[in-house]
Design a binder for this molecule. Structure first.
Ligand code: AMP
Ligand code: GLY
Length: 426
């Protein structure tokens, strides 16, 4: 069969790598892709926002399945438009993508269906929001309803901080995304992510991963899209994973079906593991980036039948196999990220780095220029490794990082620290 993958990040390189390994795949295309994805398949210069162009390409190239990586095209209705054109797609439809695109929608769904999450209220004006904050006290969390590129959440330690976040959001500081604000209870605990594949009717578990959102070592510095991840997460015990399915994924799939917006694709649970059990921080409607990279390294089954089963409503009784090894990825980003950064700097040593045992390198913001790999984005490379435990995976990933010459980039040196500390504890 022929597959078109949509996206250009490290997540899509990992998906391309895994899809290309499937014996079911004849031709794999990616739009728009990056320099790493170009090694796995043919890049196509179409804009995923131009649905007519995507449909035209699928028809002319006999594409049997479109795999949508990022949430943007799902929120824009690409999966819906492909369905109307009779083209099968893996991912969420526009209405179902609200689980990610509207925090208010998800919070209301949790309340209606008893899905554990922080208590909250929704506001469309500053005065009642501030009155609520004063009645609840700090710490408290202020969130813009819409997508705000990671800047929409303020974990306020004091009432003054909370009130100034409310003023910033209603003052238009985040544009449309801040027209409505959700204020919620502060949750203390360890954050972890869990993933499930859904087909509109039912769901099967994937595995857990832990992201590292802050830019610098020791979880310091600004929030980013994710500076590294590993899987499995020791805090996500078998019991917590069962609760993730029983208390979150399955009720959500049933609720979305009941609402007439069946959820298909990957459901990403951002969980806080609190003293009283896991609580939902957020849903996303896609694989995490960089979490997808570590999931694909651990997946021993063919991914393609699972993507098809999700698109076809055939996940019941479907089974996936995972390596019990630990996978870990270190993100290399351009100096300055997540703020301003330069583009165009050259990267060397990738081939030597890829020789380290257990290592796989996935590209994010890269392009090929005059035969050299150059950086074209904020997050640029994912240096991934499998190991028999987290310490080995970490050592291998950093051994590979140390073979890369890129003075204009940086990475965290402590990816996996929670699991490493836990493994060392007596
Ligand atoms: P979100 O965009 O909803 O994932 O939030 C971004 C980050 O803010 C999360 O990864 C958490 O670290 C933090 N956060 C969000 N909601 C809460 C909460 N209710 N309590 C504590 N931390 C939170
Ligand atoms: N790494 C966080 C995310 O994909 O949302």
């Amino acid at each position: 069969m022929n597959i078109l993958l949509i996206g250009s990040g490290g997540r899509e390189h990992a998906l391309a790598w895994k899809i290309a390994a499937s014996p079911l795949v004849e031709r794999l295309y990616c739009a728009p892709g990056n320099a790493g994805i170009a090694r796995e398949c043919e890049l196509v210069a179409i804009d995923p926002g131009d649905h007519a162009a995507v449909i035209g390409f699928c028809r002319s190239h006999k594409v049997d399945l479109v795999v949508v990586g990022p949430e943007g095209p799902m929120g824009a209705g690409l999966v819906d438009d492909l369905a109307v054109a009779g083209i099968k797609a893996f991912g969420a439809r526009r209405a179902a993508a609200q689980l990610e695109t509207s925090k208010g929608f998800t919070k209301d769904l949790c309340r209606e269906y008893g899905i554990p999450t922080a208590s909250y209220e929704r506001f469309s004006a500053a005065a009642p929001a501030k009155a609520y904050v004063r009645s609840q006290g700090a710490p408290i969390v202020v969130k813009a309803d819409g997508l705000a590129a990671g800047k929409g959440v303020v974990v306020a330690q004091t009432l003054a901080e909370a009130e100034s976040a409310i003023d910033m959001m209603f003052g238009g500081g985040l544009g449309e995304a801040g027209a409505e604000v959700v204020i919620e209870e502060f949750l203390a605990g360890e954050e972890a992510s869990f993933f499930a594949l859904c087909d509109g009717e039912t769901a099967i578990p994937l595995v857990s991963a832990q992201d590292h959102k802050r830019a610098f070592d020791g979880d310091q510095g600004p929030n980013t899209g994710g500076m590294g991840a590993y899987s499995p997460v020791p805090a996500m015990t078998a019991a917590v994973e069962r609760r993730a399915m029983d208390d979150f994924v399955l009720p959500t799939v049933a609720a979305m079906k009941a609402k007439g917006m069946p959820f298909t694709g990957v459901l990403y649970l951002g969980l806080m593991i609190t003293a009283t059990g896991p609580k939902l921080i957020e849903y996303n409607v896609r694989f995490g980036d960089p979490e997808c990279q570590v999931l694909m390294l651990r997946l021993t089954s063919d991914l393609v039948p699972a993507l098809l089963a999700s698109a076809d409503g055939q996940l019941r009784n479907f089974d996936l196999r995972w390596s019990s090894d630990t996978a870990l990825t270190v993100v290399m980003a351009a100096n300055g990220y997540p703020g301003r950064y330069d583009k165009g700097s050259a990267i060397a040593g990738l081939d030597a780095a890829a020789q380290v045992e257990g290592v796989e390198i996935f590209h994010a913001g890269t392009a090929t220029q005059d035969g050299r790999i150059v950086a074209t984005g904020g997050r640029v490379l994912n240096i991934c490794a499998l190991g028999k435990n987290v310490a080995e995976a970490q050592a291998r990933a950093y051994a590979a990082v140390d073979r890369i010459q890129w003075p204009d980039g940086f990475c965290r040196r402590d990816i996996g620290w929670r699991a490493v500390e836990r493994a060392r504890a007596p």
